[in-house]
Design a protein. Structure first.
Length: 398
């Protein structure tokens, strides 16, 4: 995947040019009030750069799932208001139900250098998710240059992420640039040893990632619910722990592949188990080959925490995707806390990818100690899997 060689906003002259910028403003709303504006804040460096360099800035994004119809509750009006506050200038919303309508065309035509406008939710159009040529052309007709800064949707081939790039010079903004530099760099040319920590519920979600990382890593650490499928392969009794029975053989094959490549492959040696899946269930710590019938693993145990943190200590680069247990419960967060602490203290280039691990390190207060927290859930996983992301591949090469 040659994602490392894409043009960014700094590689082109934007002065006086109309720039259509695809952002990720898919923010959580309570009615019309934004409950978390992290994604808006993340887009500001790109927007400010374009304003300061005299571009005419036309922003676009999706929000929620209006399913190709105009639905006022999915309007980007609250985003326009919040952007206006942050940028200290009015960001007008082109209120067209069809997104590219009379308002949008007039507004784009009248934009002065350094001014910013916002189009309505691109998913008000059925064509957006089908990547239909007509809507891509309509979007492209507003601008001279396309800037993609929405890494969270880079794995989707939609009109506003890839379609429009067929009709305009296409470059990335700072957010995508950072993802390419950190994640692309970690996979292509990592500072070694490269340690990957994979958690979360399902092996099936991460099989492609594990397969790709076995080719690149020095050590792979497996925690979370998916670890029990590996334990099952080893013949351990796992009680009522999460199991994907169809994937047991595949999990075993992964362990063999890692061994053949000389990659350390670590799975839990002890677990904190609970009687049932609830926060205040009766709990105890047992070895991985001694989980009693009727009990389920909900976190890694203290011996595993030591095993994992020792492996992280000497790392040059750490990629982490997925918590070690049910980290949203106080009673079962210790494993994830221990790993987060080890990553923070390792001095390694640390890359946190995917929604659950990002939520965990943020909630547990480690976010500012990590080098890079990815802005994409599904996109990060596909990137780590070595897949080409359409939204990045559509950009112009340097």
């Amino acid at each position: 995947m040659d994602a490392l060689n894409k043009k960014s906003i700094e590689d082109i002259d934007v002065q006086g040019k109309k720039c259509l910028v695809r952002c990720d403003f898919n923010v959580p709303l309570n009615g019309t009030s934004i409950t978390n504006d992290k994604r808006i804040v993340a887009a500001l460096p790109t927007i400010k750069y374009l304003m300061e360099h005299g571009a005419k800035v036309i922003l676009c994004s999706h929000l929620g799932r209006p399913k190709g119809q105009y639905k006022p509750e999915f309007s980007l009006a609250p985003v326009a208001a919040r952007l206006s506050e942050y940028l200290d200038t009015e960001v007008k919303l082109a209120e067209d139900k069809e997104v590219v309508g009379a308002n949008a065309r007039k507004m784009a035509k009248e934009l002065a250098d350094g001014e910013v406008m916002l189009l309505e939710n691109v998913r008000f159009r059925q064509e957006e998710t089908n990547n239909a040529e007509n809507f891509s052309k309509e979007l492209a007709s507003l601008a001279d240059i396309f800037v993609n800064d929405a890494f969270g949707t880079a794995h989707r081939a939609h009109c506003s992420t890839t379609g429009v790039a067929s009709y305009l010079p296409a470059v990335c903004g700072y957010l995508i640039q950072k993802e390419i530099d950190f994640m692309g760099g970690a996979l292509a040319n990592p500072k070694r040893p490269l340690v990957a920590i994979l958690g979360g519920a399902k092996v099936s979600d991460k099989i492609g990632v594990i397969a790709n990382l076995i080719e690149k890593c020095d050590t792979i650490i497996i925690g979370g619910g998916m670890a029990y499928t590996f334990m099952k392969y080893l013949g351990h009794s796992i009680g009522t722990s999460l199991l994907e029975a169809d994937w047991v053989e595949k999990a075993g094959q992964m362990m063999k592949d890692a061994e053949a490549k000389g990659v350390k492959f670590l799975i839990p040696i002890d677990n904190k188990v609970g009687k049932e899946y609830s926060e205040d269930t009766e709990a105890m710590v047992v070895n991985s080959d001694e989980i009693p019938d009727g009990w389920m693993g909900l976190d890694i145990g203290p011996a595993t925490q030591k095993l994992f943190t020792d492996a992280i200590k000497g790392a040059g680069t750490v990629i982490w995707n997925g918590p070690m247990g049910v980290s949203e419960w106080k009673n079962f967060e210790a494993g994830t806390v221990a790993v987060a602490n080890a990553v923070a203290e390792s001095g390694a280039i640390s890359i946190i990818g995917g929604g659950d691990s990002v939520a965990a390190v943020t909630k547990l207060g480690f976010a500012d100690k990590m080098c890079h927290i990815s802005t994409g859930g599904g996109a990060s996983l596909e990137f780590l899997e070595g897949k080409d992301l359409p939204g990045i591949m559509a950009l112009n090469d340097k």
